[in-house]
Design a protein. Structure first.
Length: 314
């Protein structure tokens, strides 16, 4: 079975040393799936990591006029590289302890977005440090950044979060997968690029890793998309006395729950919407949202929330 697995960036730690320790734990459920002879492609988030890189360059360039600021697409590429480095080493180590000698490769991935995407007219994704209103206004005037207040904690730079429409390196990913390698790709949602007469050009944006993972699964014609989170199932009435876990549900029912306002934009909503996008209209495909430790059980439909096309129950 061909499976795209999406790991959240928060599961990978908030600095390089912590990440090394956390990935050793995070790859165990991935190795379980590989040990069961599934064809696994691994995607991951990069929220904490790309924020750390961006902030480091901002601070140094702000104090040293000879040190250039790093463009945001390049920060994304850096995060893909160092997260992939840790993940592939940890996964290879775990597989060797199980007697499995498999190639693991990280692909620095560009993901195509539409420059006319509405997200570019309304940037909403906060990145980097918090600032006072006065400092934020100075930064905006100096750099052209869009600064917005974030959860009453201060002002932060915001960038667009457009939807992915294609993956530049998809053929390379397919070749590696079909030759038996485990591929780590679309890290952090991929490096957002637009296509013009000169080729691909990076843009300052963040693609949601769940939507990028769904696009990857679609282009690879995967059987299953597994989005691993910190909670065991999708829930409605979250953190209320009438909270309810969802076990097995159709895309039609999920869309109804979205309209009722059950899922938060910065939390479960993109996972649910990405799952719908992957399985919609294809009765063969399944999406699963589950806890990291329960990946193998969820694939057997013994844990997590199992999402399938409405056509399955008709």
């Amino acid at each position: 079975m061909r499976i795209v697995v999406a790991l959240g960036g928060n599961a990978l730690g908030f600095n390089p040393q912590e990440q090394k320790e956390k990935v050793a734990h995070a790859v165990i459920p991935i190795a379980d799936l590989i040990s069961e002879n599934h064809q696994v492609i691994l995607a991951h988030g990069n929220g904490p990591q790309v924020g750390m890189i961006n902030l480091a360059f901002e601070r140094v360039s702000g104090n040293d006029a000879n040190f250039p600021a790093m463009p945001f697409p390049e920060c994304g590429a850096m995060s893909q590289g160092y997260i992939g480095y840790h993940l592939q080493n940890a996964l290879q180590t775990e597989l060797r302890t199980r007697g499995l000698d498999r190639g693991v490769a990280t692909i620095i991935t560009q993901v195509v977005v539409d420059e006319q995407d509405d997200a570019f007219q309304n940037p909403t994704k906060p990145i980097g440090a918090f600032y006072s209103k006065e400092v934020a206004e100075t930064i905006a005037e100096k750099t052209g950044y869009i600064m917005k207040e974030d959860a009453h904690r201060g002002y932060r730079r915001v960038v667009p979060s457009p939807k992915p429409i294609d993956i530049v390196e998809i053929n390379a990913v397919k070749t590696l997968v079909e030759s038996g390698n485990i591929v780590i790709t679309v890290g952090g949602g991929g490096i957002p690029v637009v296509c013009d007469e000169n080729g691909y050009r990076g843009v300052a944006a963040v693609i949601d890793k769940d939507f990028a993972s769904a696009k990857l699964a679609e282009l690879l014609d995967a059987d299953v998309l597994i989005i691993l989170t910190a909670i065991d199932k999708v829930k409605i009435n979250f953190n209320r006395p009438d909270e309810q876990s969802l076990n097995d549900i159709t895309t039609a029912d999920l869309e109804r729950l979205i309209k009722e306002g059950h899922f938060l934009k910065g939390s479960m909503l993109p996972k649910v919407e990405a799952s719908i996008a992957f399985v919609q209209g294809d009765s063969r495909r399944v999406a699963i949202i589950a806890a990291l430790e329960e990946a193998s059980l969820a694939l057997k439909h013994q844990a997590g929330t199992i999402i399938h096309s409405a056509e399955v129950s008709s």
